[in-house]
Design a protein around this ligand. Structure first.
Ligand code: FMN
Length: 387
């Protein structure tokens, strides 16, 4: 890390290294592995041995690992080599990952998602449709280079079916050894719940559209069903009020997400955690790198553990500052990709490896499990903020 502050001696004593309780688990520090889809699964959308190694490398005793976005059903919008949690094979392969993490005394949640209008029907089972809140396609081109398809607007019955898919996925995650699940309510490009939340992608006129209460209804239905199935302390959720990724935008982000957090605080105060992406997040280089807005209003509404993510890769010192000011857990994405021993590096103020964007989704072990661990004899100081 190119660290300017705080001073080296204050790193270990930073709030980042204070224990915290999430659900029934005591974490030994507050550095979290972000959910990071890397498309390293086999053709059955199940984790591989390389994935076991990747997660094991990034596990620390008492550290929280969030498993990458994982499809709740075969019709949830497949991406090649991205994981699912709806077959026996997938559950068995995920169990190898959770065993490896537990073997190092880590805690692991799985992010469960329904990916939709940004997929293509080519990646779905025969007869399955791309779905969303409304018939509004993502602007631009999909990964096959074609215009995004116009999604089918879900009926109420189809919404109920998807709630049941989330429940089954959560149960399957517990069967696979996960300590809990993180419901994916963020990054609306790929994720259905966020497409219902944002006014730009939801123009429904039924009880799932229009008012904030209506747009939040599906998300809260999923929370209710999942907490009922696996327990409130094993359930968490991720949000991104300012994600404008592929056409997402909300007219009144403070009001919309305050309503959600108020509902969660009122009905599910012992949820394991809530996880927010910072407005300054710029991981895709398509977002606006907002420095005007803040998560503080949401922090004030939630009394449980709060994870802040986004932008700590380019400004690692901010992690120390935000943890000290807020007591939040801090999730790292790209720098955890490039630094399997990120926790140790932050603790000792050791330099960070730069990440290689070209290998994020490339497949294979390069740029996946071959990033070097810190070695004082061979590591040159590199500026991660320029990668
Ligand atoms: C390769 C890659 C894959 C990602 N996959 C997911 C995902 O599966 N689920 C999710 O919510 N966010 C995903 N994200 C976003 C990250 O979780 C995180 O919010 C983002 O990288 C910002 O953190 P950073 O600035 O530390 O990289 C992904 C980001 C990258 C770079």
């Amino acid at each position: 890390m190119i660290a300017s502050s705080p001073s080296s001696s204050s790193f270990v004593s930073s709030a980042l290294f204070n224990p915290i309780q999430i659900g029934t688990h005591t974490l030994e520090h507050r550095i979290v592995l972000c959910p990071l889809n890397r498309r390293r699964c086999n053709e059955q959308y199940a984790p591989t041995d390389s994935m076991v190694k990747y997660y094991q490398q990034r596990t620390t005793p008492g550290g929280l690992v969030i498993g990458e976005a994982t499809m709740v059903s075969a019709t949830a919008g497949a991406y090649p080599f991205a994981p699912g949690i709806y077959t026996e094979h997938q559950i068995a392969q995920w169990h190898k990952v959770t065993d490896a993490i537990h073997g190092k005394k880590g805690i692991v949640f799985l992010q469960i998602r329904h990916a939709v209008r940004a997929s293509t029907t080519q990646f779905l089972p025969p007869g399955a449709k791309l779905v969303s809140a409304s018939t509004i396609p993502v602007p631009g081109h999909n990964e096959l280079g074609n215009d995004f398809e116009i999604p089918h607007a879900l009926t109420k019955q189809e919404i109920n079916d998807i709630v049941n898919d989330f429940v089954q996925a959560a149960k399957n995650a517990i069967a696979a050894g996960f300590d809990g699940v993180e419901i994916h309510g963020a990054n609306g490009k790929s994720y259905l719940l966020d497409q219902f939340l944002n006014s730009s992608s939801n123009i429904r006129t039924d009880v799932y559209g229009g008012s904030i209460e209506n747009r939040a209804r599906f998300t809260l239905q999923v929370v209710k069903a999942v907490t009922g199935a696996i327990g409130v302390e094993r359930t968490a959720i991720r949000f991104s009020p300012w994600s404008e990724f592929l056409g997402m935008e909300d007219e009144k982000p403070y009001e919309t997400w305050s309503y959600l957090v108020n509902q969660l605080e009122q009905d599910y105060p012992s949820m394991a955690y809530i996880h927010f992406i910072e407005p300054r997040d710029d991981f895709s280089r398509k977002t606006k790198n907002d420095t005007q807005n803040s998560l503080n209003p949401f922090r004030k509404l939630w009394s449980g553990p709060f994870i802040s993510a986004g932008g700590y890769t380019t400004k690692p010192d901010l992690a120390f500052e935000v943890a000290s000011k807020t007591g939040n857990l801090i999730a790292f994405g790209r720098s955890f990709i490039a630094n399997p021993d990120l926790v140790e590096r932050l603790k000792h103020d050791w330099p960070l490896n730069p990440y290689n964007r070209a290998t994020f989704y490339k497949g294979g072990d390069e740029g996946y499990i071959n990033y070097p661990f810190y070695n004082s004899a061979t590591t040159a100081e590199v500026d991660v903020t320029k990668a």
